[in-house]
Ligand binder design. Structure first.
Ligand code: XMP
Length: 309
């Protein structure tokens, strides 16, 4: 027996999709729920596309491909890291980053839609995305890339079947559909909004390694119910003096961000045990020697947002 909510989403997709569609799948909970619901609704009339922007976490592409295969989803993976790094070169302003990334995604989707003769673009936008992107007469807090980051002119008709849902509704659907429910949220623009300042290949490589360590340490030492709701690292545009052996170092600074929340609209910073933080910091600086300083973000949302950009 499917739930009322799932039936409504499936019916919405059937009603709105009047032809072929492509679906932007980041591998996060929202777009993965949408991909499985779309498969139930219209089968292979939809092509799910995952873009490897080069700004994703280690192992992410492989994990998403396994998900597509497990659920029999019609999919395509695009290898576009070169394009994204070129487009983002020299950009420092966070909103410009988000807009450039949104624009580049749309250009790719328009290209792919042409190739597969699709007229519709399905996105897993949920309520907090458009509320915080300036919907309902609010000022824009940030342009979530699947809303405010979209160009004004787009040749595809947009379908957003999850747009009235909140994170906990999507989590329920995800459980019902048998998806991996332990996935933490990951922003559409990916690691781009966690490299503060200009994005370079070197910084992204450092951030990928630190992100993996943060995830592994939290997941191996805390039961799922004790873990923060979202946890990650940020690399700062700051170098500081350190000491490595008996030599001076002048290395990178990373910040640890861990938030307890239910809906991403508000949150409080996670109170880790000091011993855990000490181990985490030592592991990061040992395994990623170009990082010589680890700091902890102790700000709630509000006044901060969860992501730094
Ligand atoms: P903020 O930083 O706005 O984040 O407090 C709230 C939640 O949304 C995630 N996030 C995004 N998700 N596209 C998304 O799909 C985006 O552009 C985006 N920006 C932030 C963030 O990780 C947090 O869970």
């Amino acid at each position: 027996m499917t739930s009322k909510l799932l039936n409504e989403i499936v019916e919405k997709i059937r009603k709105e999709l009047k032809g072929k569609g492509i679906l932007a799948c980041s591998g996060g909970t929202d777009s993965s729920v949408l991909a499985v619901a779309s498969k139930l609704a219209v089968g292979d009339q939809i092509l799910s596309i995952f873009v490897d922007t080069g700004l994703i976490r280690e192992g992410e592409r492989e994990r998403v491909e396994l998900f597509f295969k497990k659920f029999g989803i019609n999919y395509k993976i695009l290898d576009e890291s070169k394009l994204f790094f070129e487009k983002l070169k020299g950009i420092v302003d966070p909103e410009t980053k988000r807009k450039v990334i949104g624009q580049t995604f749309i250009e790719l989707f328009e290209r792919e839609a042409k190739l597969s003769e699709a007229e519709f673009l399905l996105q897993g936008t949920i309520a907090p995305d458009w509320i915080e992107s300036g919907g309902k007469n609010r000022d824009t807090i940030k342009s979530h890339h699947n809303v405010g980051g979209l160009p004004e002119k787009m040749n595809l008709k947009l379908i957003e079947p999850l747009r009235d849902l909140y994170k906990d509704d999507v989590r329920e659907l995800s459980e019902e559909l048998g998806l991996n429910t332990s996935l933490q949220p990951f922003p559409g623009p990916g690691l781009a909004v966690r490299v503060i300042g200009e994005i370079t290949g070197e910084k992204v490589e450092i951030l990928k390694k630190v992100t993996r360590i943060v995830e592994e340490e939290i997941e191996s030492s805390m039961k799922p119910e004790n873990r923060p709701w979202q946890y990650f690292a940020v690399i700062l545009p700051v170098r500081t003096t350190g000491v490595h052996g008996d030599k001076r170092s002048y290395g990178n600074t990373v910040a640890i961000r861990a938030i307890d929340s239910t809906d991403a609209m508000t949150g409080t910073f996670h109170k880790f045990e000091w011993d855990f933080l000490e181990e985490l910091s030592t592991k990061i600086t040992n395994e990623v020697p170009s990082v010589n300083r680890v700091v902890l973000d102790i700000t709630d949302k509000p006044p901060a947002t969860i992501e730094w950009e």
